[in-house]
Design a protein around this ligand. Structure first.
Ligand code: SAM
Length: 445
């Protein structure tokens, strides 16, 4: 056996992995399983909360192999901007969008150069003013706020917010990003917790003061500035430019733009609720006005579980016979009967997810030039009510029904992914691999 091959048993299957150190080789054989030891990365990638961040090695591999300078790249599910950062380093102009306002903030911070000295000055003024004021306003309200935020923390956050709003609009995005990290850190969530769910295992958080909040804010401003200062030379050198598309939904990409390549990682199914995971940031940053607006935002998420009960009663048909049989298995509870209404709901979530992704592929086709490529990475499979859904393969089949052609795929063994929450049940399972698939829009000329 070559010395870069190792075998491992994953859920009863013995799989041979090619071990990769650093970048993914361009000559990977189709269907290879790999495990990666990553080289240290620029700090800019880590900046900003995104529970399902991609590793930059995937868009880097794709852009090197299929895009090349000066191809125009699109990421319709930009998240924390991993693809954009790669595209800019490879001198590719990049269009991007994400329906989530926190993701948009993160991407804007990463693609807009500001003066570190000016931001530091603005931050110190904000902190000074907040420290010097006694009475804090109450402007933020959302469900369970008092459970998750101690009173002095609420006051500290309100004061920071009040003074960030007074800073120059040029400096505000980075301050808001540092504020978002402060909100998460000073909440009563335990470190590493993704969702604000009141569960018995939550450990008690030490008492916190207003000063603690200001200290954390200072810490996160410095951290963001360090990452930005390291990144700016690359941003300045790039012959590409990042452009935010004024679109709020990847299901229908309107507008007159063309791209040569799409590189993205769509939302996972049945894995992460981005809106719930970022509930605190959404409210504290004023990105949603109230609980109702947050839930409305969640309805637009691809993979949403917020579906009216009446709609769930209906057994959806996608027209893909194998997928439809899986949806029916979930609906009828053939493998696992969940509590009341859950089978119907889960079946509808799966139906809606694939229908939304189909619409997304149709929409992407219209903007991608003939001969261009669409590369996506996603968890290989999800088990829902005991039914195994081969998500990555089904997405590729749906895209191919629309006219795309599959070029190649590989699978990465997931290690230490926060998304990969162990579930001690046999009707759901953890995602073991990320599958990357490259599709081609055939050139008909
Ligand atoms: C897997 S994450 C992308 C992570 C990204 N590659 C990164 O490294 O940070 C999927 C993204 O899809 C976004 N998303 C979900 N539904 C969407 C929709 N309908 N339109 C656009 N973006 C959506 C989520 O907000 C999330 O940021």
């Amino acid at each position: 056996m070559p010395n870069d091959l190792m075998t491992q048993t994953v859920e009863g299957d013995r799989i041979a992995y090619r071990h990769i150190q650093g970048d993914i080789p361009l000559d990977l054989a189709d269907g290879t399983f790999i495990s990666i030891t990553r080289n240290p990365a620029l700090r800019i990638y880590a900046l900003g909360f995104q529970p399902a961040k991609s590793i930059p090695e995937i868009p880097r591999w794709f852009l090197h192999k299929y895009a090349g300078e000066p191809k125009v790249v699109l990421d319709p599910f930009a998240g924390s901007g991993t693809t954009i950062i790669e595209a800019l380093q490879q001198n590719c102009p990049a269009y991007w969008l994400d329906y989530h306002p926190l993701s948009r903030l993160i991407c804007r911070v990463k693609t807009t150069e500001i003066s570190p000295e000016e931001v530091l000055e603005a931050a110190s003024k904000t902190i000074g003013n907040a420290a010097g004021r006694d009475n804090a306003p109450t402007t933020v309200n959302f469900s369970n706020k008092d459970f998750w935020f101690q009173k002095p923390v609420q006051e500290g956050l309100e004061l920071l917010k009040h003074y960030i709003l007074k800073a120059s609009p040029r400096n505000q995005p980075l301050l808001w990003l540092a504020f978002a990290s402060t909100v998460r850190k000073t909440s009563n969530m335990n470190d590493g917790m993704l969702l604000a769910a009141r569960r018995p295992h939550i450990e008690k958080i030490p008492e916190r003061s207003r000063e603690d909040v200001l200290e954390y804010f200072k810490f996160y401003v410095n951290k963001a500035i360090e990452a930005a200062v390291e990144w700016y030379p690359f941003l300045q050198k790039s012959r590409g430019e990042a452009k935010e598309l004024p679109l709020g939904d990847a299901k229908s990409l309107d507008g007159l733009f063309r791209c040569d390549a799409i590189a993205t990682s769509p939302p996972y199914i049945n894995a992460i609720d981005y809106v719930w995971a970022s509930k605190f940031e959404l409210h504290w940053l004023g990105l949603v006005k109230n609980d109702a607006e947050r839930l409305e935002l969640y309805s637009r998420e691809i993979g949403t579980e917020r579906i009216p009960r009446k709609e769930c009663k209906e057994l959806g048909k996608t027209g893909h016979s194998y997928l439809d049989s899986l949806i029916e298995d979930i609906y009828t509870g053939r493998k696992y009967k969940a509590s009341r209404g859950q089978n119907e709901l889960r079946a509808r979530v799966v139906y809606k997810y694939f229908t939304d992704m189909r619409n997304h592929f149709i929409s992407s086709w219209a903007h991608l030039r003939s001969g261009g490529y669409y590369c996506f990475s996603i968890g290989d499979a999800s088990r829902i009510c005991g039914v195994e859904i081969p998500v990555a393969s089904l997405l590729a089949e749906i895209a191919c029904e629309l006219g795309f052609r599959e070029k190649e795929r590989f699978h990465i063994l997931l290690k230490n992914r926060r998304l990969n929450i162990p579930r001690n049940v046999d009707w759901a399972r953890t995602i073991k691999h990320d599958t990357t698939i490259v599709l081609e829009k055939p050139d008909e000329s």
